[in-house]
Design a protein around this ligand. Sequence first.
Ligand SMILES: *[C@@H]1O[C@H](CO)[C@@H](O)[C@H](O)[C@H]1NC(C)=O
Ligand SMILES: *[C@@H]1O[C@H](CO)[C@@H](O)[C@H](O)[C@H]1NC(C)=O
Ligand SMILES: *[C@@H]1O[C@H](CO)[C@@H](O)[C@H](O)[C@H]1NC(C)=O
Ligand SMILES: *[C@@H]1O[C@H](CO)[C@@H](O)[C@H](O)[C@H]1NC(C)=O
Ligand SMILES: *[C@@H]1O[C@H](CO)[C@@H](O)[C@H](O)[C@H]1NC(C)=O
Ligand SMILES: [Cu+2]
Length: 224
Amino acid sequence: MLFKSAAAILAFAGLVAAQGAAPELKHGSATVVSPNKDIEATFTFDKVEGGMNITVTGVKGLSFASQVNKTAGYEYHVHVNPVGPNQNCTSTGGHLDPANVGPAPCNPANLTSCQTGDLSGKHGNLNGTETGVIPTFFYLDTQLSFTTPANGPMVGRSVVIHNNGARVACGNLVVDGYVAPPAGSATGTGAGATPTGTTGKNSAAKLVGSVALTGVVALFMMAL
Ligand SMILES: *[C@@H]1O[C@H](CO)[C@@H](O)[C@H](O)[C@H]1NC(C)=O
Ligand SMILES: *[C@@H]1O[C@H](CO)[C@@H](O)[C@H](O)[C@H]1NC(C)=O
Ligand SMILES: *[C@@H]1O[C@H](CO)[C@@H](O)[C@H](O)[C@H]1NC(C)=O
Ligand SMILES: *[C@@H]1O[C@H](CO)[C@@H](O)[C@H](O)[C@H]1NC(C)=O
Ligand SMILES: *[C@@H]1O[C@H](CO)[C@@H](O)[C@H](O)[C@H]1NC(C)=O
Ligand SMILES: [Cu+2]
């Protein structure tokens, strides 16, 4: 009897530990492609001291030849909604703008004038090249955050590349370790915050967890 209740307590403690706090959100990425896959680029977002370290890798297809406007380059932004069916970039909605700055031009020397999601406004357009390939580069963005403000998190967002305004490529932003709040919870992440990635797996884990918890409680009561 003593052994049984000790085992039950151990099992219970283990379960509590397993159900501990959700992991901190510190890494995300978006693989951006055009519908015909001619254009590709990967944006990775790493939480660092002072903001978000954004790395742009694997860029291809951004050639001078494919530019609608030969001098404009390619604008790119974090948009509020995910990509629609059939790689529909229109479904991504507008720019991530938790501070409600609006679409006025962004002055990189005065970030108050910039929408949080306006990455090219703040850091420069992607420039076309002869081959369409752009070497890897990275920079620090001081506004983007995985967790604040309330409607600012990057979960459920997307990254869109434009040329002269036209949306030429897009991809969903996937945030590692994100756990969706319970349905109906008041702590949602705002418009367009469609849960992505590991959500299904986590709900399944929670269900298994509560079934296991019920079992352990029953065992514990039997042991008493
Ligand atoms: C940002 O990422 C790049 C590689 O993508 C890395 O070389 C650099 O050290 C990172 N910067 C910080 C501050 O972590
Ligand atoms: C092309 O882009 C440049 C730079 O953004 C702009 O000044 C120019 O007006 C654009 N031309 C057309 C035809 O849209
Ligand atoms: C793309 O999405 C937009 C907005 O969600 C919608 O109006 C449009 O019909 C869609 N286009 C296609 C080709 O499905
Ligand atoms: C920075 O931009 C904001 C918003 O557009 C504007 O109100 C403010 O006057 C600007 N500050 C400076 C120093 O230009
Ligand atoms: C693209 O060119 C513009 C103008 O020369 C420059 O300011 C910007 O930094 C360049 N973009 C990148 C990502 O290097
Ligand atoms: Cu955009």
